[in-house]
Design a binder for this molecule. Structure first.
Ligand code: ADP
Length: 448
């Protein structure tokens, strides 16, 4: 097993990874920017190294500084968490070139799935159903028009290098295509340094359903069922459920078999998530994330598995040691993302947390690096806590979520807790009757 793991991340996910390491008896190294010297992930680590100033490009994205921190502390593996360098194939290659283990997939698979056009081509070749769209990149407006006429409006122009819901523009009719195409390209160039775009049919009422997979380096691949992440604002997830209220056990098993067979053929290794849109009983692949997801805890709750521990074991060369038939999913789990944002305007709300009380009790889990007196810095992602509940049925999980949200107190900053309280009280949510567009209408922000 590894002697020491460096965690190239911050906040709740850095703590989450530390916890798995500690239970495996592995010491951890935290890295941090100057803005994070008082952060909980630094306080709780065995060792810590400052890797630069506040701006992420100078610290959490600073590959030489992170590799130097690993060298000075004698770490022999790096866990990237999510975001930052987690899907940077070059980083994974450099980690390996320095004789360290990257806790994640191979650089080749990270690179393949990081290009959404290549990812769709690969999945189509492996028998995974896709959202109808262009065959690869759409280089000019004339081609975009021809593709849109073929697949029919509305269409979505998407960035090949896209992520975080950016570089995506809808054209409801032919008259909007020109602007959508130019804007998506400009946004993609600015955000990702790559203006390559492609076209997809814009589905009008899908759910976002994704499958969690885990593969070892000996050819074994399993899935842990699906998560329904349809509650999104600006293509960013806010509340997730496992399993999906819309999926039958038969449909889950069939899609699960398709994704595990595809990844086995690909020779994929470590954790991954295949994201689909699901409408009228049909799955259509949109992208694959080659890392741990923010919403992984809901899967952990229903599967009774520590996914980070599995990632570490697999990276160390261990076999999974169980097969699909050994995985039992039980009960229902829901996660609320608590962001440091105003719950009506969604404007960021960094600042000092004056009081903090996390809910508890049976079936309640809070993943957070907050504490009273902590100052939420303005430089990073606004996610400050994840509230996760687990109960035997969906109705029980909703009741538990309601009472946990009522117990949750974060003072000094604004958070999305009030919005989550409104969502759980809504009859459509309670019926499980929603699509990816539901939340934007609910918050009165139906812009795409
Ligand atoms: P990103 O990598 O930026 O998160 P995704 O391709 O995963 O982008 O899409 C994010 C979200 O955008 C999806 O969960 C869905 O809500 C919406 N979306 C993506 N593709 C389509 C589509 N073809 N039709 C309708 N909505 C879509």
């Amino acid at each position: 097993m590894f002697q020491k793991v460096l965690i190239a991340n911050r906040g709740e996910i850095a703590l989450r990874i530390q916890r798995a390491c500690r239970e495996l008896g592995i010491p951890t190294v935290a890295v941090h920017s100057t803005a994070d010297s008082e952060a909980m992930h630094v306080r709780l680590a065995d060792e810590s190294v400052c890797i630069g100033p506040p701006a992420a490009r100078d610290s959490y994205l600073n590959i030489p500084a992170i590799l130097s921190a690993a060298a000075i502390t004698g770490a022999d593996a790096i866990h990237p968490g999510y975001g930052f360098l987690s899907e940077n194939a070059r980083f994974a290659e450099m980690v390996e070139a320095h004789g360290l283990t990257f806790i994640g997939p191979s650089p080749a698979h990270i690179r393949m799935m990081g290009d959404k056009i290549a990812a769709k081509e690969a999945m189509a070749g492996l028998g995974v159903p896709l959202v109808p769209g262009s065959d690869g990149e759409v280089a000019d407006l004339a081609t975009a028009r021809a593709v849109a006429d073929r697949i029919g409006y509305p269409v979505l122009v998407k960035a090949a290098a896209g992520g975080g819901g950016r570089g995506m523009k809808v054209a409801l009719t032919a008259s909007e295509l020109d602007d959508a195409f130019r804007m998506a390209r400009a946004e993609a160039a600015a955000a990702f340094g790559n203006d390559s775009v492609y076209l997809e049919k814009y589905l009008d009422r899908p759910r976002h359903i994704e499958f969690q997979v885990m593969a070892d380096s000996h050819g074994a691949v399993v899935h842990f069922g699906e998560r329904d992440c349809s509650l999104q604002r600006r293509h960013q997830k806010l509340l997730e459920e496992a399993g999906s209220p819309a999926l039958s056990p038969g449909a889950r098993d069939r899609m699960g078999e398709t994704v595990t067979a595809a990844l086995a053929k690909l020779g994929y290794r470590n954790a991954g998530t295949l994201e689909f849109l699901y409408q009228d009983g049909q799955f259509a692949f949109i992208e694959m994330n080659t890392r741990l997801q923010v919403e992984h805890p809901i899967t952990e709750m229903i599967a009774g598995v520590d996914l980070v521990r599995e990632q570490i074991r697999i990276a160390d060369g261990e076999a999974l040691g169980y097969g699909q038939a050994d995985i039992r999913l039980s009960g229902h789990a829901i996660e609320c993302r608590i962001n440091a944002e105003h719950s009506d305007s969604f404007l960021p709300s960094p600042g000092k947390v004056t009081a903090f009380h996390a809910p508890g009790g049976l079936g309640v889990r809070v993943d957070s690096a907050l504490y009273a007196g902590y100052v939420v810095p303005p430089y990073y992602d606004s996610l400050v806590a994840k509230l996760i509940v687990h109960a035997p049925t969906r109705a029980d999980a909703i009741a538990r979520l309601r009472r946990a949200l009522d117990e949750f107190a974060v003072h000094g900053i604004e958070t999305t807790i009030p919005l989550h309280r409104r969502i759980v009280d809504d009859p459509s949510f309670q019926r499980g009757d929603y699509t990816i567009h539901w939340l934007e209408h609910f918050v009165g922000d139906a812009s795409t």
